[in-house]
Each structure stands twice: as C-alpha cells, then as structure tokens.
Design a protein around this ligand. Structure first.
Ligand SMILES: [Fe+2]
Ligand SMILES: [Fe+2]
Length: 245
C-alpha cells in the first residue's frame, strides 16, 4: 500500500487543487509506443477485458458531479472548488484517453457498456455531492491496487508508464476527495457505510478481474488489506483534515 503522505501536499486547507490539476494538464504523459512489443493472444486475453472496463469507468462528462459541485461552491462562496472539480473531471477523462490510446494501438474496441461502471454510476447518483464523492473515492482506492497489479502482469513499457501515471494521479484524487469529505462533515454511521461499500465493491471487482490481480501478485487478502488501508487513510483525512505520516 502506498502512503498518502508521500504526496507531500502540506497544509490541505491552503493547497491549491485547481493549480495542481492545471499543472498536470500541461504535463500530460506522452505514451511512447516505440518499444511496444507484439502481445500474445494470451496476454491480450489477460489484460484487455479489465482495461476495457476501466476505460469506460474513467470516461465521464461529470455533468451530475459538476452540478453538485456548483451547488456546493455557490452555497459556500467557494468558486475555487468548482474550478478544481472541473480540473479533476478533465484529468479522469485523460485517464480514459490513455487507456483508449493503448487499446487503439492493439486494435481493441471500446466497450459500450460495463456492468461495474453501470453500478457505480447508479450509486453515484443516489444522493448529492457527498454520496457521489464517497462512491468515486471508493473506486479510486480500488483502482490503485488494480493499476499496480496491471503494471506487474504486463511486459508492455507503454502500459507500465500509463499505470505509473494513474497511480500518481489517483493518489492525489483520493486526497482531494477525502479532504472534500472533511469539509462536508461526516458522522460515525457514514464511516460504517464507507467500510461496507468498500468491502462489497472490492469483492465484486476481485471476482470480475481476478486473473489480472492474481497475475499481478495480488491475493484477495492482499487486495483487501490494501483497499482497507487506503480507506483508513482516507477516513483519517476526512476526520482531521490533514494527511498524517
Ligand atoms: Fe482515474
Ligand atoms: Fe481518479
């Protein structure tokens, strides 16, 4: 598990998320295919079904999320929050773009529907900003383990570079969303719901992407330990508003 303290963000109440997303936008990963090997059918069968699901999941216009963020920004006189959220949505679409580029290179079609993605989208819209963020950050914490496993089970330098970029960005996203949850305030029942949501979600993801996790060195026990460890770090930020080392 990666510690969120490696981000070295300093005082979160002073951190400029908009500038950070803007900086990332101007320093996008250029995926280098010059050393990309020919993948065997077996390798393709291992990695692409889950890559197709994540590519679909990372792509969203974020209309509902941005509406919720606008409502929050207006009611709290915090226009910078809406700007930061726009930067976040753009970065997620960039993630989808990286994966699409990789799929295009190997002539893998985009999936129009994904069972996991449909469930996530449904859950995200069950309430307002808070429920949307709770579901999003749960998916992002599981994504950290997925991209680590994916990087381990591929020989492709291009895919490894995409996974590295995803890990770097998703770690920041988790800090961003967790700090927002701090500002929105939470109650003990919510913490319990977050744990329950994580346990259900990571089990469903494990069952549907088990091959990639196993090939990447993950047992179910390791996945659960990592995901619950990230959740613990996120809850600490939500409660204290700081990242503890
Ligand atoms: Fe992402
Ligand atoms: Fe993310």
């Amino acid at each position: 598990m990666i510690s969120l303290s490696t981000l070295s963000l300093g005082d979160l109440s002073q951190f400029d998320w908009t500038a950070c997303f803007e900086h990332n936008h101007h320093h996008r990963l250029q995926v280098d295919f010059s050393k990309e090997p020919e993948l065997t059918l077996q390798e393709k069968r291992l990695i692409f079904p889950s890559i197709q699901s994540f590519q679909k999941g990372e792509a969203s216009e974020g209309a509902f999320l941005l509406r919720c963020a606008k409502r929050y920004a207006d009611s709290h006189q915090a226009p910078e929050y809406l700007e930061a959220m726009k930067g976040f949505v753009r970065e997620e679409n960039q993630h989808s773009g990286y994966l699409k580029k990789y799929m295009d290179y190997h002539h893998i079609p985009v999936r129009s529907r994904s069972f996991l993605d449909s469930i996530f989208r449904l859950l995200r819209k069950t309430g307002g900003l808070k429920s949307e963020i709770i579901v999003l950050v749960t998916a992002e914490m599981i994504a950290l383990s997925y991209y680590r496993a994916l990087a381990e089970c591929t020989v492709s330098p291009a895919l490894k570079s995409i996974c590295r970029q995803m890990l770097k960005d998703e770690l920041l996203h988790i800090a961003f969303q967790s700090y927002t949850l701090h500002k929105l305030k939470s109650c003990p029942l919510e913490i319990l719901l977050r744990i329950l949501l994580m346990e259900i979600t990571m089990t469903v993801v494990w069952l549907s992407m088990k091959n990639v996790f196993l090939a990447g060195g993950y047992s179910y026990r390791r996945l659960a330990a990592d995901c619950l460890g990230y959740l613990n770090q996120s809850i600490k930020i939500t409660e204290s508003g700081t990242i503890s080392s």
